[in-house]
Design a protein around this ligand. Sequence first.
Ligand code: C2E
Ligand code: MG
Ligand code: MG
Ligand code: MG
Length: 291
Amino acid sequence: YVAKRTSSTFAVYAPEDDRSSIRRLTLLGELRQAITQDQLVLHHQPTVELSTGHVLRTEALLRWKHPTHGLMPPGEFMELAEMSGVVQPLTRWVLRQSVRQVKQLSVDGQFLHVAVNVSARNLYEPDLVDWIVGLLEEERFPGERLTLEITESLLMDDPLLALGVLRRLKAFGISLSIDDFGTGYSSLSYLRDLPIDEIKIDQSFVGAMSLPGGDDTIVRSVIDLGHNLGLAVVAEGVEDWETLERLVELGCDRAQGFLLSQPLPADELAVLLESDRFRRFAHRLDLPDDW
Ligand code: C2E
Ligand code: MG
Ligand code: MG
Ligand code: MG
């Protein structure tokens, strides 16, 4: 925000800017305390494997139970966290809690895998990898059950720095996914060289499939690109059956979205995983019956 303001030629005084920066400062102060005051909450959204209909893993999504503003989505405070450095303790809280909550969950008798969103800012922390490895040891949680999701646009800001960190994370068995794919400007050569496992097609492209006159050109192209690079492809933001069926036809590997499940608190996710919801989806999609 500061950068945007100073880069404009004229600074026009607008009283609402003052008010909004006071609001932002207040929010930042509150955010710093949110961790210790137990105001952070995780919701979990399943990612479904489209060849089988089984839940592959769950994505941890942060919410802030603000004392007066109510349950706030990350869109209302993550940018502030990233700009101020609060993102470091925040991400570590999310990682620890995700691992702890998911340890209690299983699906079809198997341990569940968890995906955590990390900010590209986190990749600049010199001790990030050591900290994560320490966490996995303390919590006795194998790296093979952890995926880190990093937004494309942020990753591509400094792909060389990212490369070193991502390689070290991979060495511990951690999977890596590029989030919001298609919204940044990935250099295709970096995409080939980064040690990533998966790309997640941004929900705007997935949503466009079901709009009147919408089409699936981009989704189809990203699926092909991902597969040609040896990556798994996830569609995010799947909200209707037509889209899900089309994704299966297009050979998309994985899907996530309100149609399959809303993001839920861990106890509600546990109930959902015990239900026959995903088996019914698999049946309706005519997937091979291995349930
Ligand atoms: P994301 O990682 O791309 O997560 C997907 C977002 O889409 C989530 O919003 C999710 O609730 C929402 N979503 C899921 N299915 C559907 C659907 O079918 N339709 C629609 N319209 N939306 C759907 P949320 O939870 O508000 O998170 C927004 C973004 O905030 C995330 O995007 C992620 O980039 C960031 N974020 C969330 N939690 C964390 C966190 O712990 N750390 C960091 N650094 N970022 C986080
Ligand atoms: Mg994500
Ligand atoms: Mg995304
Ligand atoms: Mg996003």
